[in-house]
Design a protein around this ligand. Sequence first.
Ligand SMILES: *Cc1c(COP(=O)(O)O)cnc(C)c1O
Length: 400
Amino acid sequence: MSLSWISTADRLSSLPQYVFARLDELKANARAQGVDLIDLGMGNPDGAPPAPIIEAAIRALEDSRNHGYPPFEGTANFRRAITDWYGRRYNVELDPDGEALPLLGSKEGLTHLALAYINPGDLILVPSPSYPPHFRGPLIAGAELYPLVLTAENDWLIDLAAIPDDVAQRAKILYFNYPSNPTTAIAPREFFKDIVAFARKYEILLVHDQAYAELAFDGYQPTSLLEIPGAKEIGVEFHTLSKTYNMAGWRVGFVVGNRHVIQGLRTLKTNLDYGIFAALQTAAETALQLPDKYVFDVQERYRGRRDFLIQGLSELGWSIPKPKATMYLWIPCPIGMGSTDFALSMLQQTGVVVTPGNAFGAGGEGYVRISLIAGCDRLGEALERLKQANIRYDTSKVAV
Ligand SMILES: *Cc1c(COP(=O)(O)O)cnc(C)c1O
């Protein structure tokens, strides 16, 4: 007896294939053929969390009080650590009882927010390209998506003036993310003011994903949505410990901002999960309280890799401006070549895995994303293989 005849719900069949899953398949094939892959495809940080976080987790594991179901809304201490961090970092005051909610990673929260607030047919504004959960969550909820196409000419910023008035009138939620995965773009504070004014005018919920709040370089400090006066009335902001503290597998994130919106998400989650293992919430408090030097070390590691790879790529013909934040490079495909073809030919010819830009939506076509998740020795090896395979950015090849 088998259930092979059973079909999945429509909400699943409406989803485009998860490109990372397809990439995994191709990687598995290459590995089976004995290829030594250099995987710069995923946004999965390498390395361990800082030692004080591990030590705090071990102590918390040994405390018998930490092993039951945690409170639905997260532990009071972790919520307090979140709002204290916000106060220190941004000088923004938040109420730990209602304006901060721990999440099983921000991906979980971003997607569940869509389920908590989107009815089938609701119009949702999502940049293209964007981090996949920003459009896949709404798609699962049955949303009609209006893509905000980003371009290099506009520095990958959302062009608010290009959104037609009737679209803005109908729109319910706008997702956005600066510093941006995948484009590495940052947004000036003026942009944040403009988007808050836009959302207030059209009564749109702003959902800002600030996963790269701390992965910034050269003195740049990313802006929090909640630093903008009036933002809390129309917005929420998602954060994660995955990137800053190398804790991607721990599944710890949080959302802060509008109390009413957070309450809706919490109500949904009460029906789905019990939140983060209390021992991990204790360790996460330690992470948010670490002295700056730990975050500085992480920043320096990515900055060193960024500079190394940009230098090497420039010798192969790519001139890429240095991103001020994130753990990626966003590089144009050689002229005349699509994202998928470029990523696949790179994989086949060199064993170097990058992510095709169209995995992040049609607006990412013509680009690939490289994650800075390997040391300079491996990045050097990747550059050497590109050179050997003569994979260059060569505009002279293009007939005019
Ligand atoms: C990596 C990343 C996240 C992190 O998600 P978690 O579920 O917290 O690990 C969220 N948003 C963006 C834009 C990311 O790049």
